[in-house]
Design a protein around this ligand. Structure first.
Ligand SMILES: NC(=O)c1ccc[n+]([C@@H]2O[C@H](COP(=O)([O-])OP(=O)(O)OC[C@H]3O[C@@H](n4cnc5c(N)ncnc54)[C@H](O)[C@@H]3O)[C@@H](O)[C@H]2O)c1
Length: 432
C-alpha cells in the first residue's frame, strides 16, 4: 500500500485485519517511524486498535523503503494524495512518482491498483507508462475509494459497494477475492471499465456536493422569505425520489475531497470542450456559503471587530475527524482575525492541526465552554455531538453576551429564544 493517509492507512489496515500480509510504504519518515511505534497520525474512530493489533501480529508493516514493500507484493495499491493543482486539475505528480518507483521493482504477475481519486484516463496512462518503463503489459486496476472520514473503518469494512475498473477478468477476480470478506452481506462488487470506474468516483462526490450546495442555496432563500429549511426538509424528504440524506444546510462543504473533486471534474469536462455549468455553480455557491457566518457576525456586531471576542466551536471540516483541509471554520477565523477580533476556539480533536497553522493568533480552549467564556458571540462550525446538549444556563452566564450563530443548525430557534439567547442558524425561521 503506497501512501498511509486517510485512505492508504485505513485500506492497508483493513486488508491486514482480514488476514492479508500488508506493507505500507510512505515517504514521510516521521509518520512511518510513528506508526512503527504505535502512533497513529490521524484521528479515525476504531483505527488505532486495528493498527496496533495487526502490527503486533506481524501482518501490517510500515516502511519508507520501496524495496521492502513492492517486490513481494501480489497487489500494489496506490493511495497517495491527488491534490488540486494551480489550474484546478488534479495534481498527479505523486501518483506518477509512485509508478516509476513501482516499475523497477514490481514482480511479473502483480497488479497495480489505483485507489487515489484520479481523472478519467489516468489508469490508461498509468498502464502505458508501466509498459514504457518495464517493456511489458502490467495489469492495472482502478479501485476508487468511497470511505468517509470519521467513519472510515466502518465504511471500508461494510462498504455500500466496491467498484473496480479493469480490462482483464483475471484481475477482477483477484480483487473480488481480496474484497470478499467485506461483501458477505450481499454488498455489491461492481466491475466495469477503467474510465467508468474513474468517473464513478467523481460523479458520486460531485452529486453529494451538489446536494449540499442546493440545500444551502435553498436555506438562504428560506431565510429571506420567512420559511424554515428544517420544515421544508421534512416536507420534501418523505418523497422517496428525494429522501433526507445529505440535505442538511450548513456553512459549506470542505475536506480534502469534495472541493478538489468538483474542480477536477470541471477540468475534465473542460478538456473535452464542455463546460459543466452545474459544477461551476456548486463550487461558487459553496465558496459563498463559507462566508455566511461572517456576514451574520457583522450583522450582529458591526464591521469592526477589534475589542470583540468571538468563540468558535468546531474546526474540523466535519465531526469525528481531525482533518481541517478546506474547513469552513478556517475561512471564518481568517475573516474574524482580519476584522480585528480576538478568537477563542475549541475542537475535540482538530486543535493541534489548527495550532500548526495559526500558532498564538488564536486562543485555544481546553473545553468548549472555555472557547465561549467572556465571548461577545459564539459561532458553531462543526456538529460534534458534544456541542448538541450544552448547559445553556452555564453558557449564558459564561458568555459576555448570549449570542449564538449556528452554522450547523443544532438547536431550535424558539427554544433558544425561551432560553434567553439571540440565536441564528442557516435558513431557520421562528415561524416554523
Ligand atoms: N480522505 C478521504 O476521505 C478520501 C476518500 C476517498 C478517496 N480519497 C482519495 O484518496 C487519495 C488519498 O487521500 P488521503 O486523504 O488519504 O491523502 P493524505 O494526504 O491523507 O495521504 C497521502 C499520503 O501519501 C503519502 N505520499 C505522497 N507521495 C508519496 C510517494 N511518492 N510515495 C509514498 N507515499 C507518498 C503522503 O506522505 C501521505 O501520507 C486522494 O486521491 C483522495 O482524493 C480520499
Amino acid at each position: 500500500m503506497i501512501g498511509t493517509g486517510y485512505v492508504g492507512l485505513v485500506t492497508g489496515t483493513c486488508f491486514a485485519e482480514s488476514g492479508n500480509q500488508v506493507t505500507c510504504l510512505d515517504i514521510d519518515e516521521e509518520k512511518v517511524a510513528g506508526l512503527n511505534d504505535g502512533v497513529i497520525p490521524i484521528y479515525e474512530p476504531g483505527l488505532t486498535e486495528l493498527v496496533k493489533r495487526n502490527h503486533a501480529a506481524g501482518r501490517l508493516k510500515f516502511t519508507t523503503h520501496p524495496d521492502g514493500a513492492i517486490p513481494d507484493a501480489k497487489c500494489v495499491f496506490i493511495g497517495v494524495g491527488t491534490p488540486q493543482g494551480d489550474d484546478g486539475r488534479a495534481n498527479l505528480s505523486a501518483l506518477f512518482g509512485c509508478v516509476e518507483t513501482i516499475a523497477s521493482r514490481i514482480k511479473e504477475d502483480a497488479i497495480v491498483v489505483i485507489k487515489s481519486t484520479v481523472p478519467v484516463g489516468t489508469n490508461r496512462k498509468v498502464a502505458a507508462k508501466l509498459k514504457e518503463l518495464t517493456g511489458r503489459d502490467v495489469d492495472v486496476a482502478s479501485n476508487p475509494e468511497f470511505l468517509k472520514e470519521g467513519a472510515a473503518v466502518d465504511d471500508f469494512t461494510k462498504p455500500d459497494r466496491v467498484v473496480v475498473g479493469t480490462v482483464r477478468d483475471e484481475v477482477t477476480e483477484v480483487l473480488h477475492e481480496l474484497y470478499r470478506p467485506f461483501l458477505r452481506t450481499e454488498r455489491p462488487f461492481l466491475s466495469m471499465g477503467w474510465e467508468s470506474a474513474e468517473m464513478t468516483k467523481y460523479v458520486a462526490n460531485c452529486l453529494l456536493a451538489t446536494k449540499i450546495s442546493f440545500i444551502n442555496e435553498m436555506a438562504n432563500l428560506c431565510e429571506r422569505v420567512g420559511a424554515d429549511v428544517n420544515s421544508v426538509r421534512r416536507g420534501i424528504g418523505h418523497d422517496q425520489r428525494i429522501g433526507f440524506s445529505f440535505l442538511f444546510p450548513g456553512v459549506g462543504y470542505g475536506g480534502s475531497c469534495f472541493p478538489k473533486d468538483v474542480r477536477a471534474l470541471m477540468a475534465v469536462a473542460e478538456d473535452t470542450g464542455m463546460t459543466s455549468r452545474i459544477l461551476a455553480a456548486v463550487d461558487e455557491v459553496n465558496d459563498a456559503q463559507k462566508t455566511v457566518l461572517f456576514e451574520k457576525v457583522k450583522a450582529q456586531l458591526g464591521e469592526k471587530l477589534s475589542g470583540k471576542t468571538i468563540g468558535v466551536w468546531g474546526l474540523a471540516f466535519k465531526p469525528r475527524t481531525d482533518d481541517i483541509r478546506e474547513a469552513p471554520a478556517l475561512v471564518l477565523i481568517d475573516s474574524l482575525l482580519k476584522a480585528g477580533a480576538t478568537v477563542q476556539v475549541h475542537d475535540p480533536v482538530a486543535e493541534a492541526n489548527v495550532k500548526a497553522i495559526y500558532g498564538d493568533k488564536l486562543i485555544y480552549g481546553e473545553h468548549h465552554y472555555d472557547a465561549a467564556r467572556d465571548a461577545d458571540l459564539l459561532c458553531i462550525c462543526t456538529e460534534w455531538n458534544e456541542f448538541r446538549n450544552p448547559d445553556f444556563d452555564y453558557l449564558k452566564h459564561a458568555m459576555a453576551a448570549p449570542v449564538i450563530l449556528d452554522g450547523r443548525n443544532l438547536f431550535d430557534p424558539a427554544e433558544m429564544a425561551e432560553r434567553g439567547f439571540t440565536y441564528e442558524g442557516i435558513g431557520l425561521s421562528a415561524n416554523g
